[in-house]
Write a protein that binds this ligand. Structure first.
Ligand code: CUA
Length: 152
């Protein structure tokens, strides 16, 4: 069987790109210690939000994304913490798939029903951090937001 030279080139190029992507993931994981977000299997499923202070300046925050707000507990869509706080976010959804992106921070997750996502970060600078849903989730999507206030 004769293979068109351009087709052969495309297949080789695709293989090389796959190898580069795989090496980049391995390098990021082991050399840069950038962990790929995974599903959390050691946390009990939850249906309402909660902010748990585990030690001074260290929080576990349970977030339930639902049409159309982020529930941090008691129907609040914002939390206040102090500068230097380390926050571990546990994220799930009560209905459809939502996005959870904190502007100007390294937090970007998807919220899915029946799945808990986990990421952590430190808030080194005071200010207000907007959280947006960046996955279309119905007619109220554009108004779905939350906020993290970081005090001095
Ligand atoms: Cu939730 Cu878009």
């Amino acid at each position: 069987m004769k293979i068109d030279p351009f087709e052969k080139l495309a297949m080789i190029g695709g293989g090389v790109l796959l190898a580069i992507f795989l090496l980049a993931i391995i390098y990021a994981n082991f050399d840069l210690s950038i962990k790929i977000p995974t599903c959390e299997i050691n946390t009990k499923p939850f249906t309402s939000g909660a902010v748990i202070e585990t030690s001074p300046k260290s929080y576990e925050v349970h977030v339930v994304a639902r049409m159309w707000f982020f529930d941090f507990g008691e129907n609040q869509n914002e939390i206040t913490i102090s500068t230097g706080s380390r926050v571990t976010f546990f994220l799930t959804s009560a209905d459809v798939i939502h996005g959870f992106k904190i502007i100007n921070k390294d937090i970007n997750m998807m919220a899915m029903l029946g799945v808990i996502g986990r990421l952590e970060t430190t808030f080194d600078k005071p200010g207000e951090y907007l959280i947006v849903c960046h996955e279309y989730c119905g007619i109220g999507h554009q108004g779905m937001y939350g906020k993290i206030k970081v005090t001095e």
